[in-house]
Every structure is written in C-alpha cells, then in structure tokens.
Design a protein around this ligand. Structure first.
Ligand code: HMG
Ligand code: MG
Length: 305
C-alpha cells in the first residue's frame, strides 16, 4: 500500500461537532474541553464559529470561548467566519486562522449562508483580504463536494470553479467537504485526481462526514493518492444544521486508531485523546458514536478496564 508517513489531523469537534448538539454546553466546559484537546498533541483545533448566533445558537459564545482558552504554543486555533461582521469578532479574539466557507451547490449555499454563489464571492474576498492584512492564515471550505442534500449529484467542475475562486482570493488551504457523508472511495479518487490537476496536494484537506459509514474508507482512498490532511471530530460529534440528516465527521479517535496501527505518524496521544473524548461525552450526557468510545462504554459496562 502506498501511504503517507505522516498525517495531519485537524480537530473540528468544538465547531462542527458542537454546532449540531441540541444540548447547550456551558462556555466554561467548552473551554475546558479545548484546553484538554490542546494537550493531546493535536496541532490544529477549530474552536468555534463567528456566524450569526440566530443561525447557530450553540456557538453564540464564540468570542468568550476564543478569548478564554489557554493557547498552547505550536497549536493553531481556527474559527469559521462568514463575513466582515464575523471577522471583526475573530480579530478581536485574535484567532490564528480564519476559515471562510461556501458550497459547490447553489441551494446548499443559499440555505447555509443566505446568498447565491455569485453573491458570496465578493463577501469572502473582502474577508480574506482583511484577514491577510492582519497576518492571519486563511482556510477555505467547499461544502457539498460529493453530493448535495437538495441537488443530489454535483459536477466536479462546480467544485473546481468555486475552489479556483477561493485560491484566487488567497486562501492557504482548501478543505473539501462531504457535508452529508455520501462519498465513496472510488468517487474520492476520481474527484481528487481532477483537483490535483489544478491545485497542489499540500494545499488540500479532506472533510468527510460519516453519515453512511464510509468516512474512514474515504480517508484511506485519499491517503493512497498521497493526500495527508484530514478534518475530524472527536468521538464522531457533529453535522451541519443546514443539511438535514448529516451526522458527525469521521471520528478523530477512530482515524487515529487506524493510523497508529498502520505506523503513520500524527503526534497525537491516543489515551489523552480518549480522555478528552470522555470529558465532552460527560457534558453532552449521551454516548459518543465513535467506535473507540463505544468500546470504552462497553468495557465500563462490563467492569473491564
Ligand atoms: P444574513 O441574515 O443574510 O445576514 O445571514 P445579513 O448580512 O443580511 O445581516 C442580517 C443581520 O445579521 C444584521 O444585523 C447583521 O449585522 C447580522 P441587524 O443589522 O439586522 O441587526 N450579522 C451578524 N451577526 C453576528 N455575526 C455575524 C453576522 N453577520 C450578519 N457574522 C450569515 C448571513 C452568513 C450571517 C448567516 O447565514 C449565518 O450565520 N450562516 C451560518 C450558517 C452556519 O454556520 N452553518 C454551519 C457551518 S458550515 C458547515 O457546517 C459545513 C462545513 O463543516 C464543511 C462541510 O461539512 O461541508 C464547514
Ligand atoms: Mg462539516
């Protein structure tokens, strides 16, 4: 098997995970969770989202969270920013990386950020320009790359068009989202072969949701092509409130288990990661869906370590 020696896992649980949790987590507990994540060896944590609190009430405390966490040297703390209003707050919080986002499909874009794709470009362009002026790195997300809950199949040409626009604005990294977890490994390969014709592999991250259980297989397919950056949410928390039925991202703990077993370096400590998962699980008061956390759950139930 042709596989990378090193994989970068970007933890998005505090944002993508918590944005979809019906249970309201107190701000101090989010902060405590992020502080624990910082001690696991993760080098990148997407901690919150400076979107409209009416749209995502779960992350209405974004400024407080971003200001109060203990920032660990060497860890990048990122947040979603939809527009200049969001950027103002992100800069006030001195976030390290700004993540702009839009969709490859018109309908999801409209439902998620209330603009057409064409209307979105100038908004994001201004955000990227201003963020760069403040020496922030910028990540661009494209959602619905592998399928849209409203429009079904998506032509890769649409993904390429949106991605090109984002790179032209000056983003440093592009994260390709399987928002509703419909992708399969063969499709991942086909899309990535087209992506790599235009953009360098090192500037691409994959963001797989695990709605249909294909996320780990999709990560493996991308790795076999040499891609090595993956977004993941601890315990499999997450989803997109504007994509009905979307469930969590590939679970960080399941991905790490697989990578550790294959001898691929990540710099993340598995036991510390599980302990951080246990912490957030106790806050949301229900078992996390990842396989690793199910094992922990069963072992506890049967009295084994
Ligand atoms: P809008 O209503 O069109 O905004 O929402 P607007 O520009 O017309 O402004 C209306 C009011 O909102 C104004 O206030 C603004 O000041 C205020 P008023 O003058 O009426 O008092 N406002 C804001 N307030 C706080 N923070 C802001 C902000 N912007 C405007 N940033 C908007 C447009 C983009 C704000 C809204 O649609 C929104 O917040 N959407 C976010 C939806 C979201 O967060 N979705 C989930 C994240 S994306 C995702 O999960 C996918 C991903 O994981 C990848 C994948 O899986 O594919 C990334
Ligand atoms: Mg997502």
């Amino acid at each position: 098997m042709n596989l990378p020696e090193h994989v970068i896992i970007k933890e998005v649980g505090p944002r993508d995970g918590l944005q979809n949790e019906p249970e309201k987590i107190p701000t101090d507990h989010k902060i405590e969770w992020i502080n624990r994540l910082s001690e696991t060896g993760l080098k990148y944590i997407e901690i919150t989202s400076f979107v409209h609190p009416k749209w995502i009430p779960q992350l209405a405390d974004a400024l407080d969270v971003a200001k109060k966490i203990n920032k660990k040297e060497g860890v990048t703390y990122a947040a979603l920013v939809p527009n200049m209003k969001g950027l103002e707050r992100a800069l006030e919080a001195d976030i390290d990386e700004v993540s702009v986002f839009m969709s490859a499909s018109e309908t999801h874009n409209k439902k998620n950020i209330n603009k057409t794709i064409e209307e979105t470009y100038p908004v994001l362009e201004e955000v990227v320009k201003e963020a760069k002026k403040h020496n922030k790195s910028v990540r661009g997300y494209v959602s619905t790359v592998f399928g849209c809950p409203y429009e079904g199949d998506i032509q890769t040409q649409q993904v390429l068009d949106v991605s090109r626009k984002l790179f032209d604005m000056g983003i440093d990294e592009l994260s390709l989202g399987d928002t509703i977890g419909v992708a399969n490994p063969k499709q991942v390969e086909a899309v990535l072969l087209q992506i790599r014709e235009e953009f360098p592999d090192q500037s691409i991250a994959l963001h797989f949701h695990d709605t249909r259980g294909t996320a780990l297989a999709n990560c493996l397919a991308a790795m076999q092509l040499g891609f090595n950056t993956f977004d993941a949410a601890l315990g499999g928390l997450g989803g997109c409130p504007y994509a009905k039925g979307a469930s969590g991202n590939v679970a960080t703990d399941d991905l790490l288990y697989m990578l550790d077993g294959m001898g691929i370096q990540t710099g993340i400590d598995f036991d510390q990661l599980l302990s951080a998962a246990g912490y957030i699980q106790s806050q949301i008061q229900k078992p996390l869906p990842s396989h690793q956390m199910q094992i922990v759950h069963h072992q506890k139930g049967s009295g084994k370590k």
